[in-house]
Design a protein around this ligand. Sequence first.
Ligand SMILES: [Zn+2]
Length: 213
Amino acid sequence: MPYRHLVVLFYILLVSCSKNSLTYEEIPEEIFYSCADFSKVTNSNFDTDDLYAFWDIFVEDAKCSMLGSPNYDKLNTDVDIYYEFESDALFISGQVLDYGAYAATSCDDSRVRVGIAFRYWSEINIWEKLGLMYHEFGHDVLRFGHSSNPEDIMHPSSPFPNTYNGFIESKNRFFEKKFDGLRYLDCSWYEGYDQGLFTSNPMDYHICNIGHN
Ligand SMILES: [Zn+2]
C-alpha cells in the first residue's frame, strides 16, 4: 500500500476512535420504562387543564400495568372530574380552599367523582398533577385508603414526585400494590345503601390534603 494511502487510513481510524469515545461519554440518563406512553404529556399540544385527559391516561396505564388488565373506562360508566374554585366570599376574605382534591364515590364502582382545587392544580408541575390524579383515582376506583409511606402516591400529605422517573417509580408500586401501609376503604356501609337499606347520600368524600405541595 502506498504511503499516502496509509496516512489516509490512519487518519480515518483516528477520527472514528475519537467519535467512539465521544459517544461513550454521552451516556443518556436512565429513563424508567412504562407500558403507558407519557411522552404526550410533555408535548406542547397537551392540554394540562383537561382533567379527562388524565382519566384516559390512568385507564390506559391501569390496563397495561395491573394484573388482570382491568378496563376502568368500561366499569366506570359515569365519570365526572371537575375543578373547585374559591367562592367569592372566601376569595375576598383572602383565604383559599384548604384541600388539594377529593374523591367522592370510592364505594360506587360505576361512578367516578373527583374534585380538584384549581388554585392548587395551577401551582404544580405535570408529574405532580399525574400523582394527584392517580391518588384520587386510587381512592375512587381502586378503593385505596391512605398509605403511611411518604414515598407513595397514596400518602396523605407528602409531596408528589416532580420528575418523570420519580412518578414512574411511585406509580409502579401503586399499581403493583407493593407499598407499606396499603389499606382499603371500608365500603360495607355502601352495600347496605346499594340494597336499599339506607336512603342517605351515597357520596363518600375523601378530602385530600393541600399539604401535597
Ligand atoms: Zn387522599
